[in-house]
Design a protein around this ligand. Sequence first.
Ligand SMILES: [Zn+2]
Length: 65
Amino acid sequence: MLYLKSCPRCTGDINADSDTHGTFLKCLQCGFSKDLSPEMAARLFGGASTGRPIERTAYPDQNVA
Ligand SMILES: [Zn+2]
């Protein structure tokens, strides 16, 4: 995905890409790059499956002897 004129350094064009380490932004003009957190990436890319909080009910006193 390409974000035109979004570079904070040179207002160049930012390309968003991802590899095995996660998602990152890179400027095509000056080489500026920035890693994105998974939730930031989800927000930018429309959110796949990470958009809702995980709620889990715990039973701490349930000890099975
Ligand atoms: Zn730039």
